[in-house]
Design a protein around this ligand. Structure first.
Ligand code: HEM
Length: 449
């Protein structure tokens, strides 16, 4: 006999949208949804459900349940909430495609081989940028989250479409505004949305501007072909190995923008969180600096060096455990089913959100930052699906290897060249969230070593 899934009391039409903010109805749009979900999990346990403006969503957070739901034969990716809103820009691109959309199969077959190769060309691009670090002023007071966001956006633009946008502020701002508005739309009643003329107008202009930029890049490549092995050429010249189909221009634009969106804040947020944890744990920073000095000396990092930086790998793994930048993902069952060892009945197609932020704290109730638990052997001994910052199965992250290479190159170059300190030594981590999470009001001092 299955049990009822707990649910907080709600309001007619609006359901439980205020529950995320501890029931405060005057400030319904919670700043950090991941924290709201965490509080609900503490209150209701490993599973609860919410009515979000008429849409029922089940939330799970325990290792046992997430592990059971990591099964592509029973559950598939659900594109809802803020992610569904991003389809206004990305359509059926590889990240936002609904399960079963043909475009995903074609793009996946074409792009996965291009994403699993050893070198993505990130290195030459990053080399030019990291060399600039040498000519920086001696002392810098910086907002690393902001700077690393531009680094990540430049890197993915350069490596995926050989486009050096040099952190063009208008483009970055347009993308940030778009993502923020997607999040707001997901939490706003449709009737309210209809009256927000200025907001809706800007949203449409942002979409148009980003699509025009991607279209111009595509047209320029067609007019000036190159031999580059970047993703743009893979999509432009490749044929689906199964059907022989070619990607349409619109589909190429959807996916170019997908790479920019999926591939920058996730990576930059992780690097910023890593700097925060390093600054709060001087003994870890010391150990890391010593590893990097041993491996690199005063030479720039090479790809071959990365596997020799085991401690750096552990620092990033542990950072992304505590702060998985994609803090939540959603799936739905292919059939009516029962989960939790027969305890909870879930209907076919009902969305289930997996709280990865909480999963990563559940495995052994590890709250503190300790990279040693992620060193090689320890990492391999983690229970299956316990560490899952990059998603699961057929819809898991195709940019994982790319992101890892980039994070290792950038972080090792920073730690090699700079002594870092918090501007405000009493600063404790605060988080902000659009779709992904990142540090807020985090400032550091960087001094050339
Ligand atoms: C630290 C960095 C990153 C993290 C934590 C991350 C995380 C994730 C997660 C959790 C998913 C699954 C989402 C879901 O199930 O709804 C995903 C999918 C995806 N990621 Fe990443 N990602 C990162 C970097 C990148 C980069 C650099 C790219 C470059 C293009 C990228 C491209 C994608 C794409 C295209 C998908 C969709 C795959 C599909 O649905 O078939 N990601 N990522």
């Amino acid at each position: 006999m299955s049990r009822a899934i707990p649910q907080p009391p709600g309001y007619p039409f609006l359901g439980n949208i205020f529950s995320l903010n501890n029931g405060q109805i005057l400030t319904p749009f919670v700043d950090v949804p991941a924290h709201g979900f965490h509080e609900l999990a503490r209150k209701f346990g490993e599973i609860y459900q919410l009515n979000l403006l008429g849409r029922k969503v089940i939330f799970v957070s325990s290792y046992a349940l997430v592990n059971e739901l990591c099964d592509d034969s029973r559950f598939r990716k659900s594109v809802g909430g803020a992610l569904k809103e991003t389809r206004n820009l990305l359509n059926d691109g590889i990240f936002t495609a609904f399960d079963g959309e043909t475009s995903w199969n074609v793009a996946h077959r074409l792009l996965v081989p291009a994403f699993v190769r050893k070198s993505f060309g990130a290195k030459p691009a990053l080399q030019t940028d990291t060399n600039k670090l040498d000519s920086m002023p001696i002392d810098l007071n910086i907002d690393p989250t902001d700077d690393l966001t531009r680094v990540a956006l430049d890197t993915i633009a350069l490596c995926s479409m050989s486009y050096r946008q040099d952190s063009q502020p208008p483009f970055v701002q347009t993308m940030v505004d778009f993502l923020q508005e997607c999040n707001n739309r997901a939490n706003r009643p449709k009737i309210v949305q209809m009256f927000l003329n200025a907001t809706n107008g800007k949203y449409q202009r942002d979409i148009e501007q980003m699509r025009n930029t991607a279209k111009a890049i595509l047209q320029d490549r067609k007019a000036n072909p190159t031999d580059s092995k970047d993703m743009l050429n893979v999509m432009l010249r490749g044929r689906d190995p199964k059907t022989g189909a070619q990607m349409s221009d619109e589909s190429i634009i959807d996916n170019l923008l997908t790479f920019l969106i999926a591939g920058h804040e996730t990576t930059s947020g992780t690097m910023s969180f890593a700097l925060y944890y390093l600054l709060k744990h001087p003994e870890v920073m010391k150990e890391l600096q010593s590893e990097i000095d041993n491996v690199l000396g005063d030479q720039p990092a090479q790809l071959g060096d990365l596997t020799r930086m085991q401690y750096l790998n552990a620092v990033i793994r542990e950072t992304i455990r505590l702060q998985p930048t994609a803090a939540i993902r959603a799936i739905y069952p292919l059939e009516d089913t029962v989960i939790g060892g027969g305890k909870y009945f879930v209907m076919k197609n009902e969305p289930i959100a997996l709280q990865i932020w909480d999963l990563h704290r559940d495995i052994s109730i590890w709250e503190e930052f300790k990279p040693e638990r992620m060193l090689k052997e320890n990492f391999e001994l983690l229970p299956p699906n316990a560490w899952q910052p990059f998603g699961f199965g057929m819809r898991s992250c195709i940019g994982r290897a790319f992101a890892w290479q980039e994070m290792c190159l950038v972080l090792s170059s920073i730690v090699q060249r700079f002594d870092l300190a918090l501007v405000d030594p009493s600063y404790e981590l605060q988080i902000t969230q659009a779709i992904t999470i990142k540090p807020k009001d985090f400032r550091i001092l960087a001094r050339q070593r």
